[in-house]
Design a protein around this ligand. Structure first.
Ligand code: AMP
Ligand code: GLY
Length: 433
């Protein structure tokens, strides 16, 4: 099969890497891809927001299956356009992608499916939102309703912060249309986990979990980022909680989407907080997570093409159940100095060898890396999150060692990474109380 992976980050390199190992793949493409996918696939010069260009590329290259990494093309209707053109797509339709692209829609689906999330209210005017925040006068989370590139969530410890967040969203319109409505939630506490499964709109595969480290600093300090690392299975994870989340949270949501005439197919990502009162859904995303994918693709034992094709065109009940390895994987993200603020690019990266020249216990996935234009084979930084080093091992400790050993071999000016990813002594990895 001829497969095209859409996207250009570390997640897409990890997806391409896993797909490239499938005996079902005859030719792999990425659009636009990155320097990492270029070692496994043919990169096509089409960006992920160019829906016409992606459909044309799929037709030109006789693609049998499109695998969409990021949410933006899905929320722009890439699935719908490909389906009209007769091309199977792994990822949901535009209307099903609303589970991620509208937080108020997602909350409505959760209510209808009787699934618990934080207490919430939706507001379409700043005055009503402000009146509510004043009335509550306690820590709140203010969220822009639409897609805001991961920046639309403000954790507000007090009323002043809530007022600022509401004004930014609804008066200053820093998130544009995405801030036309806000969702205001109670601030919950507990360990967070990202849970993923494959779904065909009706059935859901066994799920896999990963912890995601969002803050830039060790000990979960400093500003939020696109993700500084991930690992799985998390220390507090077991089969009982996995089945509970699968059956009592994710499947009811899939059924609710089907009953609304918007069956959800593709990768379903459920972001949860394990509170003292039980699991609470913080968000649904319509794709795999980044950097969680870098730590879960090495654990996917089933054929990815078979699973993705079953989601796109068939039924998951026609294939063997998707299987995940219990061997832990740890992903450590190396970032540019200054990230998530401003940073320099174009710095030469040393020690970044191809994965094929290493053993099976470590991998590197490229994100903000580009080939130097002089054709000399040098690799340069081109983004804030530059790459992820992944270690695999018999236990978390060993997987961690493998990830950090690989990271220690790679360098560029100002390279930074957290040293406490998957450190079982840190608060984030502690079991739920
Ligand atoms: P979201 O995009 O909705 O998942 O929010 C991004 C991050 O904000 C989450 O991963 C949590 O760390 C945090 N967050 C979101 N909603 C809440 C909440 N109601 N209580 C506590 N933390 C939250
Ligand atoms: N790791 C968080 C996300 O992909 O949204």
């Amino acid at each position: 099969m001829r497969i095209l992976v859409v996207g250009s980050g570390g997640r897409e390199h990890a997806l391409a890497w896993r797909l490239a190992r499938s005996p079902k793949v005859t030719e792999l493409f990425a659009a636009p891809g990155n320097s990492g996918t270029a070692t496994l696939a043919t990169n096509l010069a089409v960006v992920e927001t160019d829906i016409d260009g992606l459909v044309d590329a799929a037709l030109d290259q006789s693609i049998d299956l499109m695998v969409v990494g990021p949410e933006i093309p899905l929320s722009m209707g890439l699935y719908d356009r490909l389906t009209s053109a007769g091309i199977p797509c792994f990822g949901p339709s535009r209307s099903a992608a609303r589970l991620e692209s509208s937080k108020s829609f997602a909350r409505d689906v959760l209510d209808a499916a009787d699934v618990a999330g934080p207490e919430y209210r939706v507001f379409r005017t700043a005055s009503a939102a402000l009146a509510y925040a004043e009335h509550r006068n306690r820590p709140l989370v203010v969220k822009a309703d639409g897609l805001a590139a991961g920046k639309g969530v403000a954790m507000c410890a007090n009323l002043e912060e809530a007022k600022t967040a509401i004004a930014m969203c609804m008066q200053d319109r820093v998130f544009g249309e995405a801030g036309e409505a806000v969702v205001i939630e109670e601030w919950l506490h507990g360990p967070e986990v990202s849970v993923f499964g494959f779904t065909d709109g009706e059935n859901l595969s066994p799920v896999v979990a990963a912890s995601d480290y969002k803050r830039v600093g060790e000990g979960d300090t400093g500003p939020n980022t696109g993700g500084m690392g991930s690992y799985g299975p998390p220390a507090f994870w077991d089969e009982t909680i996995a089945e509970r989340i699968r059956c009592e949270i994710m499947l009811p949501v899939i059924r609710e989407m089907a009953s609304r005439g918007a069956p959800y197919r593709g990768a379903l990502y459920c972001g949860l907080m394990l509170t003292d009162d039980g699991p609470r859904v913080l968000e649904f995303n319509c794709r795999f997570g980044d950097p969680e994918t870098q730590a879960i693709m090495p654990r996917l034992m089933s054929d990815p093409v078979e699973a993705m094709m079953a989601c796109a065109t068939g039924s998951l009940t026609d294939i063997d159940p998707v299987a995940w390895s219990n061997r832990p994987a740890v992903a450590v993200v190396m970032v540019s100095n200054g990230y998530p603020g401003s940073y320099e690019t174009g710095l030469e990266i040393h020690g970044l060898d191809d994965n094929s020249s290493h053993g099976a216990d470590s991998l590197v996935f490229h994100a903000g890396v580009q080939d130097a234009e002089d054709g000399g084979g040098r690799l340069l930084t081109s983004g804030g999150r530059v790459l992820a080093c992944v270690g695999i091992g018999d236990d978390v400790e060993q997987a961690r060692d493998h990830a950090y050993r690989r990271a220690s071999e790679i360098s560029f000016d100002g390279a930074y990474y957290r040293r406490d990813i998957a450190d079982l002594r840190s608060a984030q990895t502690a079991p739920a109380r």
